[in-house]
Design a protein around this ligand. Structure first.
Ligand code: NAP
Length: 263
């Protein structure tokens, strides 16, 4: 098991109130790492913060929308007096589930800004001092969706592919400074956000991960970057990679239609 104390004394979790983010928070609190937890809804955030405080660590709650223009400066200000040894960027589920021509550009822009623009700003801000200290970690939560194109997921698949390639490059750049970078690639995971959009976790044949399991897998593999496919989904990612893109994209589409009963 990775020694998490080397990533303290503080960790920032963007999207640290629910699901996988809440489990990261709990595990880090158990390891004695103080937390800055970020989310929009105050109640789940307060609940997770309370669980972590009960485990004996300090917790700062930042109720904000990462899409707001002032969010990054608020986070920078709220962490100016502490040493952040770990950044986890977890927020990023798809909020634009339409074919690309059938929804306003702004809907897609939000997916792009949450998964790319805000993430890049926070990584640059927190990883620079980590490089100077020659110590720290960056964990980005990715998705199997980034393996191949999917119907009505054009931007989400793109940003998750970007996240993985970005993580691979950053890993290469920070290796010599002992800063660990990991893209934790998730398959379907039983999170409150997915439950709210009505995802049926009970579809026969669907592999579903639990937030506590994938969070533990991610933290245990911080030193094993640049990419960790969680939940036993490695073979599926392998099937989705390769040069014959039409075969892969159409095959995955057919399989998804069959799984969800749409064909
Ligand atoms: N669940 C899955 O099946 C699945 C599969 C593959 C990959 N993933 C990836 O796993 C990560 C977590 O997904 P999730 O299902 O838990 O949903 P999510 O909507 O990304 O929520 C995760 C956390 O981020 C916060 N959050 C979301 N949008 C935010 C925003 N604009 N500003 C500030 N905080 C925000 C949420 O709290 P608030 O809503 O209160 O802000 C929550 O604490 C995402 O990166 C997603 O792409 C999930």
């Amino acid at each position: 098991m990775t020694d998490l104390t080397k990533y303290g004394p503080w960790a920032v979790i963007a999207g640290g109130s629910e699901g996988v983010g809440a489990e990261f928070a709990r595990l880090l609190a158990e390891a004695g790492i103080n937390l800055v937890l970020i989310a929009r809804k105050p109640e789940p955030l307060a609940q997770t913060a309370g669980v972590c405080r009960d485990l004996g660590v300090e917790v700062r709650e930042l109720v904000l929308d990462l899409l707001a223009s002032e969010s990054v400066s608020t986070i920078v200000e709220a962490t100016a007096d502490v040493e952040v040894g770990l950044l986890i960027y977890n927020a990023g589920a798809n909020t634009a589930r339409s074919p690309f021509l059938d929804a306003p550009l702004l809907d897609f822009q939000r997916v792009l800004d949450l998964n790319v623009t805000a993430m890049l700003a926070l990584v640059q801000h927190f990883a620079r001092p980590m490089r100077d200290r020659r110590r720290g970690g960056v964990l980005l939560v990715g998705s199997m969706a980034g393996t191949h194109g999917s119907h009505a997921q054009s931007i989400y698949t793109g940003v998750k592919a970007f996240g993985r390639l970005f993580a691979e490059s950053l890993w290469l750049e920070l290796r010599e400074y002992d800063v660990d970078v990991l893209e934790l690639v998730l398959g379907v995971t039983r999170t409150p956000a997915m439950a709210r959009v009505g995802l049926n976790f009970d579809v026969p044949g669907l592999r579903v991960s639990e937030p506590a399991d994938v969070a533990a897998e991610g933290l245990a593999n911080l030193t094993n970057g640049p990419v960790m496919v969680a939940g036993g989904n490695g073979p599926a990612v392998e099937r989705g990679s390769g040069p014959d893109r039409a075969r892969i994209v159409l095959g995955a589409h057919e399989a998804m239609m069959a799984l969800t009963g749409k064909r």
